[in-house]
Design a protein around this ligand. Structure first.
Ligand code: SF4
Ligand code: SF4
Length: 470
């Protein structure tokens, strides 16, 4: 369908204008625990968790401190043992202030009592989802959508293939690479468990070819299980996009506006699978993750870091940033978000902290020269120049019609644009407005329906009255 490529469009950012943008995959090292952690209640898609501890409470590692507040939500746990010293509002990488629990570490590292499932192999899907929910597991590739919600398959859908995302296609990021290399048996164990519990016949783990050691480690670990296939993939951004990965591995197409399950697939990141292993085998909730610290820092690292650790401590452990640093990014350079406050805490979805130079600063835009490069780069077959034109002209309904809501904000179009147009930013803003308008439209329609129903009811009541009088 797309010639030799496994999805339409795409780019090679490593070889592009950022120059050689990879620091090398450093082994995982544990970052010493901080004196104080600040643990946000909103580290996931959906409703923020509700704080269930109070100032002065003692807590242990793994103790629940925030309860999921809705079906699409996730509980939050303490990553240290110590005392709750405050409940505050704190800034997060998303640029939004949220409620957070501040805990002073007593450095005893005392865990709460762990109750791992006695026999995970024989769990029902409902039981496994319950354990995964209680462990606070969310998509760790950056999307942070609650994993139990993904695994709660509607009765009319069929979970036929488990897709494990080990592509890690953004430059600089090597956290998943090291995790797949150093914890391959655990990841494979989690995948085997999920296949058994959910009665799914096949799992495919997609890994870009630039990680041959991780591919070999996973293939070794999966050797005894023919239901698990480790598939090397060409290096092409955004290979790790859900729709792109599903197509590359299965040739199935997720319909526009649809979800992976509409193509019979559930996609989990490799780090999410590792978190599932910890929950199902050891009864441990998600309190630590691997985060790459790279770019313009003295010594890049892949840290095993406790959730709630301030970025300041990660940068310090790397020897600080180098001269020429212009921007700090959480996540990868293509899809990550810029931040300035280094006291922001690491959250469940934080795959990387990058210090970038002047190439990361927004350039001055010039008018579109209609070269069409953005269209050729778009992995969603969209028309970026047209969408950008419509959004800037505030013609949001038309932008909606030409598919702006299908934009995955991968940044490929912005990357190739010779006029340096800030296309992705334009789409992000445009999508927000289209979403608001859709909600407003729905509210208007609901109100009209309610008014109509009320009118009908009044009419019927009047007719009833008339009949009675008659
Ligand atoms: S790549 Fe840039 S200049 Fe070329 S058509 Fe797209 S928006 Fe216009
Ligand atoms: S940011 Fe959106 S429009 Fe641009 S290439 Fe990615 S999917 Fe296409």
């Amino acid at each position: 369908m797309y010639g030799k490529r496994l999805f339409p469009g795409g780019i090679h950012p490593q070889e592009g204008r950022n120059g050689k943008a990879v620091n090398g995959a450093n082994p995982i090292t544990e970052l010493p625990a901080s004196k104080r952690v600040v643990i946000p209640m909103s580290q996931h898609g959906g409703a923020p968790a509700k704080v269930i501890v109070a100032k002065g409470d003692p807590v242990r590692v793994g103790q629940k401190i925030g309860e999921a507040a809705a079906f699409v939500s996730a509980p939050v746990h303490s990553s240290v043992s110590g005392t709750v010293v405050d409940i505050i509002r704190t800034m997060t990488f998303s640029g939004v202030e949220v409620e957070a629990v501040v805990i002073d570490n007593d450095f005893r590292d005392e865990w709460m009592e762990l109750c791992p499932p006695a026999d995970p192999e024989s769990m029902t899907p409902k039981e496994a989802i319950g354990v995964i929910r209680e462990a606070g597991i969310v998509g760790m590739g950056g999307a942070t959508f609650p994993t139990p919600v993904k695994l709660s398959i509607a009765p009319d859908k069929h979970f036929e293939k488990l897709i494990v995302n080990g592509a890690e296609c953004e430059p600089y990021l090597t956290a998943d690479h090291r995790l797949m290399l150093e914890r391959a048996p655990e990841i494979i164990d989690a995948v085997s468990l999920l296949l058994k519990i959910f009665s799914v016949p096949e799992a495919i783990i997609g890994v870009e070819q630039n990680k041959p050691d991780a591919i070999a480690a996973l293939q070794n670990a999966a050797a005894g299980n023919p239901a698990i296939r480790v598939q090397p993939l060409p290096v092409r951004y955004p290979q790790g996009g859900e729709k792109q990965l599903i197509y590359a591995l299965t040739k199935r197409v997720v319909p526009a506006g649809g979800l992976p399950i509409d193509a019979g697939c559930v996609v989990l990141n490799a780090a999410t699978c590792y978190a599932i292993y910890k929950a199902l085998r050891e009864g441990k909730p998600l309190v630590r993750r691997i985060t790459t610290v790279g770019g313009l820092v003295q010594e890049p690292h892949n840290f095993l870091v406790r959730i709630g650790t301030p970025v300041r401590d990660l940068l310090r452990a790397c020897g600080g940033t180098l001269p020429g640093t212009c921007k700090l990014i959480s996540g990868g350079p293509m899809m990550g978000t810029a931040f300035t406050d280094i006291d922001i805490p690491v959250t469940k979805g934080c795959s990387g902290i990058l210090a970038l130079g002047k190439e990361a600063v927004d350039p001055e835009e010039s008018p579109c020269i209609r070269c069409g490069r953005c269209m050729r780069a778009c992995p969603m077959n969209l028309q970026p120049m047209k969408m950008d034109h419509l959004i800037r002209a505030e013609r949001f309904d038309e932008a909606d019609k030409v598919g702006v809501m299908n934009c995955i904000e991968c940044g490929a179009c912005t990357f190739v644009c010779p006029a340096k147009r800030l296309l992705t930013q334009s789409f992000r803003a445009g999508k927000r407005i289209v979403n608001i308008r859709r909600r407003q439209q729905k509210a208007r329609e609901d109100a009209e329906k309610a008014a109509l129903a009320a009118k009908e009811a009044t009419k019927e009541a009047a007719q009833d009255d008339k009949r009675k009088e008659g």
